[in-house]
Design a protein around this ligand. Structure first.
Ligand code: TNX
Length: 476
């Protein structure tokens, strides 16, 4: 990949040719129209490409408009594309709408100084699941902020935004039949602040927004632990049935629902049923992490029943790594996050069961950890994560004993104990989200090329009013 192209994630292959051409709005619009056959979102593509055009010159007789052609090529891998750009012709091929969309993201990033370089790229992602998790439970982020996060994710070719919707401090999604979850359990956050929640109409709107950018929304309701807020609303699902006060601290691992009572399972059926009915993607995340109060057997039995319930409602599951040794429905994905709990069984689980893994190792992919010890935001429980830590790693090395073929994806996680505003979120994501996105895409890794590309991207962040951390590792 050439040093002069600031494309993130770096394409699998991209060569710069001689020369460049002035960016012509009419060419961009015609390309978007050409995408119509298999991009249901051609209109939005047209708008996005037009965003790049304001500085571009009007057509003139001396600068001919390139001919455009977008073609379907079923031999390309899922989400793959080719781009062939010259002053005379722009040719784009893809096998699906997502690939066409990623091709346009590459084209947008290639524009420099109002010009489009002559270039030829052939590109496809290494992992089908490429995510960003946002914790909207510890501090609440509403529709507008989540949309901004979706924008950033899709700009860096991530195709999943995972919303951590419930935790001890608050419940953030309307659930059919269970009004107290949002009346009583959403009214505070980590600081004892005002809280909030998404209605099901908000949730639908977010999925429209995400779908137009080829992002799937994965909702997470964390079970059987991290449920204190739910127990404030419905004490009858608690092991002791007792009333509880809202919790505004940041300890973890102390709460659990009653694992076997019929009252809990009726409640779970409403919760899982609502998630399933209102989620367009194939998967829902049901947590499974950090239940320090439970024995192994009762925990496994609960998860097995929960897996069956999700299947009844027609969804596949994602669970945190702690759930690995339970018997789970075929196709379940396990999300690896920490080296601090015994992970010795995971390799065996990967080899003998029909499960896959998502790599979110905290030391590389927890973007809520501080950049360095002096950074004002963030936690440090797994150390600090500088830009290079987020960039220079391989999932197969970071996940103990798990073979490459079991690794289905990479996800950056942003927990919000210390993050209160969109500015806080953006400062933690930039510039580390593009780094994790490079690992998720499986880009050929080269730190110096990446540093240079990041510095070039900062001008687009400034133009979009996106705060970022000016890490000393980058020559801004
Ligand atoms: C671990 S990751 C947690 C969260 C915290 C996070 C902070 C995981 C499954 N559980 O409850 O917010 O660390 O980094």
């Amino acid at each position: 990949m050439s040093d002069n192209l600031a494309i993130i994630p770096a394409p699998q292959q991209c060569d710069l040719g001689e020369g460049s051409a002035a960016l012509r709005p009419d060419a961009l619009l015609r390309l978007a129209a050409d995408l119509e056959p298999w991009a249901p979102h051609a209109a939005r593509l047209a708008r996005e490409v037009a965003d790049e055009a304001p500085s571009a010159p009007e057509p003139s007789e001396t600068t001919p408009t390139p001919a455009t052609m977008a073609a379907h090529d079923p031999s390309l891998p899922a989400e793959g594309y080719t781009l062939d750009l010259s002053p005379e012709q722009w040719r784009l091929t893809a096998t699906d709408a997502a690939g066409a969309y990623w091709a346009v993201q590459t084209l947008r990033q290639a524009v420099a100084g109002g010009r489009v370089p002559t270039m030829r790229c052939s590109d496809a992602p290494a992992y089908p699941v490429r995510g960003l998790m946002l914790d909207v439970a510890r501090h609440v982020f509403g529709v507008a902020d989540i949309e901004r996060a979706i924008d950033l994710a899709s700009r860096y070719k991530l195709n999943q935004v995972h919303l951590h919707l419930t935790d001890d401090q608050g419940w953030r999604l309307e659930i059919e039949n269970r009004p107290l979850l949002t009346e009583r359990a959403s009214a505070n956050d980590v600081d004892g602040g005002a809280g909030g929640f998404l209605t099901l109409a908000d949730y639908a709107r977010l999925q429209d927004y995400a779908e137009a950018r080829h992002v799937v929304v994965v909702p997470e309701v964390d079970l059987p632990g991290h449920t204190h807020a739910a127990q404030v609303a419905y004490p009858e699902i608690s092991p002791d049935g007792a009333e509880r006060e809202p919790y505004a601290g940041i300890e973890v691992g102390f709460s659990s629902v009653h694992l076997t009572s019929p009252t809990t399972w009726e409640w779970l059926d409403d919760v899982v049923g609502t998630l399933a009915r209102h989620t367009r993607g194939q998967r829902i995340h049901l947590g499974g992490d950090e239940v320090h109060t439970l024995g192994r057997e009762e925990y496994h039995a609960f998860l097995e029943r929960l897996g069956a319930l999700a299947s009844t409602h027609g969804k596949e599951l994602i669970l945190w790594q702690e759930a690995a040794e339970a018997t789970l429905p075929a196709g379940t994905l396990l999300q690896y996050w920490t080296h601090e709990i015994d992970a010795s069984a995971l390799g065996e689980v990967a080899r003998t069961r029909d499960v896959g893994f998502i790599a979110s190792p905290a030391k590389h992919a927890y973007l809520d950890l501080k950049y360095d010890d002096d950074f004002p935001l963030g936690l440090t429980w797994a150390g600090t994560v500088e830009v290079r830590d987020a960039y220079d790693w391989e999932p197969v090395d970071a996940l103990p004993g798990i073979p490459t073929e079991s690794i289905r994806g990479v996800e950056a996680c942003l927990w919000s104990e210390t993050l209160r505003t969109w500015e806080d979120v953006a400062t933690m994501l930039l510039p580390r989200l593009p780094a994790v996105a490079s690992v998720a895409w499986g880009s050929p890794r080269d730190w110096d090329t990446f540093r240079t590309a990041l510095a070039a991207h900062a001008s687009t962040w400034r133009a979009a009013n996106l705060p970022y951390h000016p890490s000393p590792q980058i020559d801004w």
